[in-house]
Structures are given as structure tokens and as C-alpha cells.
Design a binder for this molecule. Sequence first.
Ligand code: COA
Length: 152
Amino acid sequence: MSFRLREFRPEDLDRVIFINRTCLPENYSRYFFMSIHKAFPDLFLVAECDGEVVGYIMCRIEKSFFRPPKGHVISIAVLPEHRRKGIGTAMLKEALARMSERYGVSECYLEVRVSNTPAISLYENLGFRRTDTIPKYYGDGEDAYVMTKILR
Ligand code: COA
């Protein structure tokens, strides 16, 4: 089945929240999703299959006085019945291209549970490498890998 990517629209909010809660223990308020959409509308993407949203990626640009801005993948998820069709890869590739072309960032990073083999494989396939480990990063005490990709 084919899919298409497009930018998140406010009317997608309930569906994206459903996907987030179905797929991940890290959940966010409606306000948080909308604030990312308002700040970086071109870095919050959804994937549609047959007109239905089945996945999303939400990213932002992290700015600091002391170092160049970096892209940050906050959350990515695809509904279980739509996995292994390349949707996660397509969403992440598109977000990385936009970070580089539109925001000029040279690096993107993300945090991932050390046990999340599917996501780690996806990130490694796209050129992310483990750059750090954050002990007890998650609410249940699990550690996170920080994974980083150089974009240019
Ligand atoms: N086991 C091993 N490798 C896996 C995998 C799995 N269950 N799922 C994906 N991969 C790897 C494979 O290398 C795969 O390539 P292949 O299918 O050609 O072998 C590659 O990732 C790309 O898979 P793709 O189809 O693009 O990813 P997806 O659409 O299935 O989405 C996730 C991947 C991680 C977004 C999806 O599994 C998901 O929503 N997981 C729950 C939420 C989550 O963990 N998000 C990440 C938080 S950091």
C-alpha cells in the first residue's frame, strides 16, 4: 500500500495523539504538539495511507548562544499495522532534508531507549551514530542513547 507525506495540520491533532499514545510511553500535551507545529510547521510531518494518518514525525531546531543550532527529532511513530513499509525512513529522511536545506543546520540528534532495537536500526540505516548515553533518561529509569547524524 502506498503512502504520502505532508505537513501536520491542526485537524490531525487527535489522530496524532492517538498514534503517540498507541506507540510510545512518552506522551505530550495538546499544547506541546501545537506549539511545535506553530514554531516549526515544516518539521512536523504526517504519513497518510488511504487518506488516513498512520504516522508522524515531530522535530525542532535547538538554538544555543554557545554553539550552532542543531536539529532534534522529538518524536516519531508509525502505527503497528503500517510498520516495515518504509514510512519511518521516508518521514525521517524528509525531516532531515528540511532541517539542512531550510534551517542550515549541520547536525541532527535524537534520544532513543537503549532497548529500542527497531528504532536504533532505522537511525543507523540513515547514518545516525551513538554519541552519548544518558543514564535514567526515561520516566521508568531506562537509559537513552543520544544518536547524532552529520548533515553537511
Ligand atoms: N526490527 C528490526 N529492525 C527494524 C524494525 C524491527 N521491528 N523496524 C524497523 N527496523 C529497521 C529495519 O532496518 C528497517 O528496514 P527494513 O524493513 O528494510 O529491514 C528500517 O528500520 C526502516 O524501517 P521502516 O519501515 O522505515 O520503519 P517503520 O515505518 O516501521 O517505523 C519506527 C519505525 C521506529 C518509527 C516504528 O517501529 C515505531 O513507530 N515504533 C514505536 C515508536 C518508537 O519506538 N519510536 C521511536 C522512539 S525514539
